[in-house]
Design a protein around this ligand. Structure first.
Ligand SMILES: *Cc1c(COP(=O)(O)O)cnc(C)c1O
Length: 394
């Protein structure tokens, strides 16, 4: 299957065109809105309001409106967003928090911070997201071990919301809080609801490589719960009470810098367009690659923001492909080579079963290709051609 765009003759220039392709092209976005961002950052520098400047509150309002949530509380990172929520809910030793095993470590890392126990759940082979049946099994395991089930953290992996139609009723049945980890999925939808407006609260990240990233570390919590917001705002400022010098609880320093809020205001303004562009890139990849690889599937109830474009290949094929692509200037990444329940720092924690078969299979088969809103068709064709050639060589 060759599209007109891939049928270009090999010319001297396209042979010379072995220049490295960026995995995520942050410079392309700067070429578009960099001047505007720099101006806003300079305004913050001139104001000297580096912490809690007016941009922070303005960004929080815009973020909540974008997500369809009543409140947004910005903070220092996605990891701190998760941690602040567990602290605010009083999650503690003896409590079980259910996390997918196929995720970035931060999802589970925050659980031992508060003394609680992460319990690992398998994922579904088609969407890579939390498997509701495995969640039920994990809850049974936790109870058997004398733990109190408290929170489930569904992850919107690679940009696609988890199966909230299945997870929310399970959480309700067992009295669990639902903390959505949408660090990769912010801007996506489930039944036409944006991530950030689902569950009890949502944590997201503005790490530069995320779909909505800033120029350093940053994060936010979204929720409709006004009381929770009061506690979160206190926790992110050393547990402050009526003012900074009254401490009513043990908190931390977890604010979003004013400069980052200024950057994010400009980026949020074009985010919707970028999401549409990412979706075009992903659909085109699907069309061009569906005959040579297992391409990603988006649930009919969901839209993805494509934090990653991840294909599956037969076991044993991936690493050779990565080497061949690298030699041609095409970067790839493997998310995730080792699931959480097999990680040295986490393998002693409980899991839904003795093995988590889907996570363990995916870990052998997945590979992610360059993905961002500014990936033009010529570059994408070069990536696709390199993938096809490498796979054909075997
Ligand atoms: C990136 C990420 C986080 C952590 O965000 P940071 O801002 O890097 O702390 C948490 N969960 C998932 C699923 C992520 O991808």
């Amino acid at each position: 299957m060759t599209s007109p765009a891939t049928a270009k003759p090999t010319t001297a220039s396209s042979t010379a065109n072995n220049a490295p392709i960026p995995f995520i092209d942050l410079a392309a976005q700067r070429a578009r809105i960099g001047a505007r961002i720099d101006e806003k950052v300079l305004d913050v520098l001139a104001s000297c309001r580096f912490v809690n400047g007016p941009e922070v509150g303005a960004f929080e309002e815009q973020l909540a409106a974008f997500a369809g949530a009543k409140h947004a509380v910005s903070c220092s990172s996605g990891t701190d967003a998760l941690a602040l929520l567990l602290m605010a809910w009083g999650v503690k030793a003896g409590d079980a928090v259910f996390c997918p095993a196929f995720t970035f470590c931060a999802t589970a890392e925050v659980v031992p911070y508060v003394g609680a126990t992460p319990v690992f759940v398998d994922v579904k082979a088609d969407t890579f997201n939390m498997d509701p049946e495995s969640l039920e099994q994990a809850i049974a395991v936790a109870v058997e071990q004398g733990l109190t089930p408290r929170v489930v953290i569904p992850v919107d992996l690679f940009g696609q919301p988890a199966d909230y139609d299945a997870i929310l009723p399970i959480a309700e049945k067992h009295g669990l809080k639902v903390l959505c980890d949408t660090a990769q999925g912010f801007g996506g939808t489930w039944n036409n609801k944006r991530t950030g407006s689902i569950g009890d609260a949502t944590a997201t990240s503005f790490f530069p490589a995320k779909p909505l990233g800033c120029y350093g570390d940053g994060g936010a919590i979204l929720t409709d719960d006004a009381e929770l917001v009061t506690v979160l705002k206190s926790l992110r400022e050393h547990g402050q009470g009526v003012d900074k010098y009254q401490n009513v609880r043990i908190g931390m320093t977890a604010r979003l810098d004013t400069i980052q809020a200024a950057v994010l205001i400009e980026k949020l303004a074009i985010f919707e367009e970028e999401i549409a562009a990412r979706d075009r890139v992903a659909r085109r990849y699907n069309e061009l690659l569906k005959d040579v690889a297992t391409v990603p599937v988006v649930d009919a109830r969901a839209t993805s923001v494509w934090a990653q474009y991840t294909i599956r290949l037969a076991p044993g094929v991936r690493d050779g492909l990565a080497d061949k692509l690298k030699a041609q200037g095409v970067p790839t990444a493997v998310y995730y080579r080792l699931p959480m329940h097999l990680q040295p720092a986490y393998k002693h924690y409980p899991s839904a079963g003795a093995i988590l078969p889907v996570c363990e299979t995916l870990a052998e088969e997945v590979i992610s290709l360059p993905m961002h809103a500014y990936l033009d068709e010529t570059t994408q064709d070069r990536i696709v051609a390199a993938v096809k050639q490498a796979l054909a060589e075997g």
